[in-house]
Write a protein that binds this ligand. Sequence first.
Ligand code: PEP
Ligand code: MG
Length: 952
Amino acid sequence: MLELAKEQIAMDQVAADKAEALRLLADRLVADGLVAEGYLEGLQAREAQGSTFLGQGIAIPHGTPQTRDLVFATGVRLLQFPQGVDWGDGQIVYLAIGIAARSDEHLRLLQLLTRALGETDLAEALRRATSAEALLKLLQGAPQALALDAQLVGLAVAADDFDELAWRGARLLQRADCVDSGFAAVLQQAEPLPLGEGLWWLNSERQVRQPGLAFVTPQQPLRYRDQPLNGLFCLASLGAAHQALLERLCEVLIEGRGQMLYQATSSRTVLEVLGGEVPADWPSARVTLANPHGLHARPAKELAQLAKGFEGEIRLRLVDSAQPAVSVKSLSKLLSLGARRGQVLELIAEPAIAADALPVLLAAIEQGLGEEVEPLSATPEPAPEVSVPEVRLEAPIAGSRLQGVAASPGIVCGPAHVQAERKIDYPLRGESLQHERAQLSQALAVVISELQLLVQRSDKAIGEIFVTHQEMLADPALTDDVEQRLRQGESAAAAWMAVIEAAARQQESLNDTLLAERAADLRDIGRRVLAQLCGIEEHAAPQEPYVLVMAEVGPSDVARLDPSRVAGIVTAHGGATAHSAIVARALGIPAVVGLGEGVLLLEPGTPLLLDGQRGHLSVAPAEQDIQRALAERDKREQRLQAAWTHRLEPAVTRDGHAVEVFANIGESTGIAKVVDQGAEGVGLLRTELIFMAHPQAPDVATQEAEYRRVLDGLDGRPLVVRTLDVGGDKPLPYWPIATEENPFLGVRGVRLTLQRPQVMEDQLRALLLAADDRPLRIMFPMVGQVHEWREARAMVERLRKEIPVSDLQLGIMVEVPSAALLAPRLAREVDFFSIGTNDLTQYTLAIDRGHPSLSAQADGLHPAVLQLIDMTVRAAHAEGKWVGVCGELAADPQAVAVLLGLDVDELSVSARSIAEVKALVRETDQQQARALAREALLQDSAEAVRTLVENN
Ligand code: PEP
Ligand code: MG
C-alpha cells in the first residue's frame, strides 16, 4: 500500500540534470531496501518511453514491467530539489517521487496527489517548503469535495424510528468509504436539527474519512419529537466541503420544494434537486478501460488533451464507484478516479457537443490512449501467474451412481429439474428508443402475467412473494431509471440489468438480512425479464414431483420451494451443514448435496434416484434398482411411522441405557409443538435468532418475556440456552460490527459478548429473571480459552446474587478444538459440555462449513472430530459432568450409534428428527456401539467411518 509519510522525504537535494536526479532516487530506494541494484535502469527506461512529469513541479519516476522483479517491497521516496531539475521540454521538477511497485499501485499514489495537483501555485510552494512536514501538508492539498451521488441516496428504506433511519444513512456513508465503522454510533449522539417539511439534519465530524452527504427516506410515515419525519440528511462533515450544498438546500426549502426530496422515487430526482453530480439528461456513453495499468498519468493526459479540443463540459465517472463524475479536461481529476483495467467508464457530455465529442473520446479510450492494449475478455480475467488447469465438465452418464453428502434422509425418484443460471448475452446499445421501450414493456407484461399465474397456483405465503415481485416490476423508481438509460441509447436489456443490479446492490449495502433477500429477489425477477427480452425459454418445471438440481439452495430459494412438487433436492455445492442441507431437513425433503458442477449439466427430465441417507444419486437407473430402492423407502417409512407412534416415550438402548433427546430451536413460539414431536427438553436455544427477529436489540423485559415463553411451554423440562452467538459472518442488522477479512476466525460468539459486557449482562439478567425455579442451563458459544469461560461465569455468579435461581447449570459449547483439548481442565469447572459439531468440524478440518466446493468434506464423522468428541466425553465423565451434542451430526442416522458408543449423554436435534433419532437409539446396543466407536476412531477418513457403520 502506498501512503505518504514525512520519513520518506529528503529535503534540499541538488541534481544537475534528470539523469542525476534519477540516480539519487534509485540510490535512496536501494539503500532503504525497497529495490535491488539495477532498478535505476528501469527508471531510465520508463523515462525513455515517456516523461513521468505530472505537472505542478512534480515527477513520479517508476520502473518498467521488466524491472518489477527487482522490487522487494512497495514504497515511495521523495526528493525535494529547490533549485529545480529540467525534466525535458522545459518542465521543471521540484519534487521527484520515486516509486517501487510491482504492479499499478502508483495509481493509489496518484489519487493521493490529485487533491494537491488541483492547487494553482503548488510548484512554487513545493520549491519553497523548508521542512518535510510542510511539504507533506502541501501534498495533502485542498479540502476534498463533498461526495453525494446515487449510492448515497436511500429511498423508502425500512426503518421504524429516527435512530434506525440514521443508522441507514450512516451505513450508506460507510459503504461509500466516507466514514469509518464507528460513525453510526457517533451519529446517534449528535443533536438532530429539524429543517422543516419533516426533513431533518444530522452531522458529525468524528470518524470521517472524506466529506459526504447521505439522504434517506423511510418506507412508511414516521414521527420524531412530535414532528413528521419524512427524510433525513446525514452529513459526514470535513471542513467546509458541504457549504455549497447547504446553501442549495436552504434555497430548496425556502422555495417550499422540500417534498420533491422526500417524495422522490428515484435517486436521480434527489440529486437533481440538490444539484448533485448528475447532469440531468446529458447524453452518455460507456466503455471498458483496457489499459494494462489503468488510467495512469500518460493515458489520462492524452484523454484530457483530447477533451480540451471540444468547447463544452464533458465528465467521466466510474460506473461501479461512489465517486462523483469529474471533468475529463482536468488531468488531476481524472487521476483521482484511480481507474483500473476492466472497470467501466461513463462519459457524460453536455448536449451541444455530445454527438461530436463522445464517439471521438470513446474510440480513443478503446484504442488505448496511446498505449498498446490487449482486448478484454468477456469474463473476468484470471489473476496473472496463477494458472488454473482447465477441467472439462461433463454431465454424469446414464446408469452412473454419484456419491455426495447425505444431507436429508429419504429415498425418492423423479425427473431432474435443473435450475442453473445460464449466461445470457445481450447488446449494450439499442436500436431506437421506441423499439427498446416496446421490447421492454412487452417483456414486463409477460413476466407480470407469469407471476399472476404463480400467485394463483401457490398457497398464501408463497403467493405473497410473487405479489411482491409484481410490485417490484411496477416500481416507478426502477422504470424511471431504466427510461433515463434508454434515452441515452442503451438497449432495453442493458438498461434493465444495470438498473436492477444497482438497486440490488443498494439493498445489500444496507446490511439488513431482509433487504439482502430482497436483493436476491430483485436479481431473480431481473433475470426473468432479461430472459424474455432475449427470447430465452426457462425450462418449465415438470408436472409430476421432481428432483430439483441447483448449484446451492439459498435462503431466498426456500420461499419458492413447493414441498408438494419438489420430491428431492440435489446440489452441486455445499455440505451437511450448508444452507441447502439445513433447509431440506427442515422441510423434510430428501437431499444429497455437494455432488459437483457436473450435475448442473444434466438434461432436464433425466430420471434420478436419490438416497438422502447414503448420499447417493443414481442417474437414469435401471428399473430393478428403482424398485429395490422404493421397497427400502417403504420399509423406512413404516419405521418412521412406528417411530412417530413412540415419539413421546424415552429413548433407551436395547441394553437399557437411557439417552436424552432434546430439540434445537431458534424462536420462542411453537414450544407446544416441539414437545409434541417428542422433545424431552430444549438442548440448544439459538438466541441470536430471537435477537434477529427484533428490529433493534431487545431490552431486558422483552428478552425475559421471550425466554419465559419457552420455559412455560417446556413445563418443567430443561432448557439449554446459548448466549448470543453473533459477530463475524453473522452480524445483527442493528449492531455495527467491523468487517473482518476472516470472520470465522474473528470477533464472534463469546469473544464479542465479552467485549460488550452490557449486552451479555442484559441477556443473562433476562434469563435469570425468567427462570423462576425451572431447570435453566446457560452455555457460552465459541469458547476457546479458559479465561473466556471464567469471565462469563463470573458475570453470571455476580448476577445470581441479585437474582437467585434454584436450578441453574453453566456450561460451554465445545466447538473450537482448543476447548476439546482443554476439556480435562474445563470439566473441573463447568456443569456440562454441549458439542457443536458444525463448528468443531469446520475448525478441526480447516474447511469453511459454507464453502461452495469444500464443505462437502466437512463431515463430522471424520475420525479427527470423533477423537475430540471422545476426549471431551471422557474428561467430562471423569468429573461427573454430562455431555450433549447439538450440531447437525446428532441427527445423522449413520452417526447416532457412533455418538452413543462415545458415551454422549444427550442428543439435541431439530424437532422433526426427534422421533427418528429416538427410534435409532432404541435399535442400538450400547456395548456394541462402544465397540463400533472404538473402531471408528481408528479409521483414516469420514468415508471409511461411514462404510464401517454401513457394514456393521
Ligand atoms: C454448531 O456449531 O454445531 C452449533 C450447533 O452452532 P451453530 O450451528 O449455530 O453455529
Ligand atoms: Mg456453532
